[in-house]
Design a protein around this ligand. Structure first.
Ligand SMILES: [Fe+2]
Ligand SMILES: [Fe+2]
Length: 204
């Protein structure tokens, strides 16, 4: 697969073509969901430090991640404010919940912290892909919004870096060859999960 939206990512399937038009038609709803995704990404970084206190090497990269995700949260909530849209309560995220269940199931992965790092790596990678798709959809056509398109391109670049950071951290706790093999298995599991979920006006 050579699609530009998947470039540099571990993913094996692209987002359905139905998603971008649906997201553009319900942009406020997608932005609300997106704001909470940034919040949850920060919260996941904090959670890893508390859950694995023996792994002090996580502290610096997680603090940097949490700060960046909270900046994204602020940027998206600022956008909502400009649009006169309230944030509302956090929606449930079946994609992340199910992905965590599948990849962290006892005995199926590389164990403990490594599995959690790989879940986060895939959530970042899928977010990167969706942001690229959205940035492209906002580039031209009747719904074009060049500023928002650039914003999503910048965020896609950030999430692409985050996927690499989580992969590299996993390689610090497990044999890199084992991590590489697990990432390729996880890519198929993630693709099957994505295909099983309905296409909705949300980030995942
Ligand atoms: Fe982010
Ligand atoms: Fe991220």
């Amino acid at each position: 697969m050579n699609s530009a939206v998947l470039e540099g990512l571990p993913l094996t399937c692209e987002t359905s073509e139905e998603w971008a038009p649906l997201a553009l038609a319900n942009l406020d709803q997608v932005l609300r969901d997106h704001a909470w995704c940034e919040y949850k990404a920060a919260s996941a970084g904090l959670g890893l430090m508390a859950r694995f206190p023996e792994h002090e090497f996580l502290h610096r990269p997680m603090v940097a991640l949490v700060q960046e995700e909270m900046l994204h949260f602020r940027q998206v909530t600022d956008l909502l404010k400009e649009r006169g849209v309230s944030l509302g309560p956090p929606p449930v995220d079946p994609y992340v919940k199910k992905l965590r269940g599948l990849l962290c199931a006892k005995g199926s992965g590389i164990g403990g912290l490594g599995d959690h790092l790989i879940v986060n790596a895939f959530v970042e990678a899928r977010s990167c892909e969706r942001f690229r798709v959205l940035a492209r959809a906002l580039e031209s056509g009747p719904e074009a919004d060049p500023d928002l398109s650039n914003f999503y391109q910048r965020l896609a670049d950030a999430e692409g870096r985050h996927w690499e950071s989580f992969r590299d951290l996993a390689m610090q706790v497990c044999d890199p060859a084992v991590v590489t093999r697990r990432i390729s298995e996880a890519a198929d599991i993630e693709a099957d999960l994505l295909r099983s979920l309905p296409v909705e006006a949300r980030m995942h």
